[in-house]
Design a protein around this ligand. Structure first.
Ligand SMILES: [Ca+2]
Ligand SMILES: [Ca+2]
Ligand SMILES: [Ca+2]
Length: 198
C-alpha cells in the first residue's frame, strides 16, 4: 500500500519534472517564415492545446499559413492582434485539410484586424486545418486553394499574434512505451526503496 502511494507520488513528480502535463496550453512562434499553401504550411507541432500563434509579416506581401488541429469546432476562435507598420489591415483565412476555405475575415477585430469568433466553424468536423494571416487585399485563388492574388494595400510589415480557442498543436503525444518505461523505472526504484526500508 505504501509502495503504491510512493509510486504514485514518484510518477506525479516525474510528470512535473518532464513538463508533459497534457492540459497546459502553449503558443507556437513562427520559425523562419511560414509558407503560403498547405503543402508548405508551417506545422504548429506542439503537443496539446494551442492558445496562440506568434509571427511576423516580412518582405513585400508576406502570407503565413500554419497547420493546426481544431479540436472543438464550436469553440474555435482566432483573434488577431498586430503591430504592423501602417494600419494593421490584415486578414485571416481558415482552410480544411483539403484546402477548402471554411472561414475568413478582414475587419471584425480591433481596428482593421481580423477575428473569427466561436460558432463560425460550427458544423465542421474536428481535425487538421490551415490558418493563414496576410495583408488586405491579398485573397486566396481557387477552392481548394491553389495560390494567392498578391494585392497588398497598403504594403506593410510587423509582428502579429493570433489568439486561439478550440485548437491544438499538431504534435503527437509521447509513445505509450515511453510512459510504460518510465513507470517500470519508477517501479524498480520503489522496490529498491522498500528493500532498503525493510
Ligand atoms: Ca512570416
Ligand atoms: Ca510567409
Ligand atoms: Ca483587415
Amino acid at each position: 500500500m505504501r509502495g503504491n502511494r510512493l509510486l504514485g507520488l514518484l510518477a506525479w513528480a516525474a510528470v512535473m519534472m518532464l513538463g508533459v502535463s497534457p492540459a497546459a496550453a502553449i503558443s507556437w512562434t513562427e520559425v523562419g517564415d511560414a509558407g503560403t499553401l498547405p503543402p508548405v504550411a508551417q506545422d504548429a507541432a506542439v503537443v496539446g492545446p494551442l492558445d496562440a500563434i506568434i509571427g511576423a509579416l516580412t518582405g513585400y506581401d508576406d502570407i503565413d499559413m500554419y497547420k493546426i488541429a481544431i479540436t472543438d469546432p464550436d469553440a474555435f476562435s482566432a483573434i488577431a492582434t498586430a503591430n504592423l507598420s501602417v494600419d494593421n489591415d490584415a486578414q485571416l483565412f481558415v482552410f480544411d485539410s483539403n484546402g477548402f476555405l471554411v472561414a475568413s475575415d478582414d475587419d471584425d477585430g480591433a481596428g482593421m484586424l481580423p477575428a473569427i469568433f466561436a460558432g463560425e466553424l460550427s458544423g465542421n468536423p474536428a481535425g487538421t486545418y490551415y490558418l493563414a494571416l496576410d495583408l488586405w487585399n491579398t485573397d486566396p485563388v481557387g477552392d481548394p486553394i491553389t495560390g494567392w492574388n498578391s494585392n497588398p494595400g497598403p504594403q506593410q510589415t510587423g509582428p502579429y499574434q493570433v489568439d486561439l480557442t478550440g485548437a491544438a498543436g499538431t504534435g503527437v503525444v509521447p509513445e505509450p512505451v515511453t510512459i510504460l518505461g518510465l513507470c517500470m523505472g519508477l517501479g524498480s526504484l520503489t522496490g529498491y526503496l522498500r528493500r532498503r526500508a525493510a
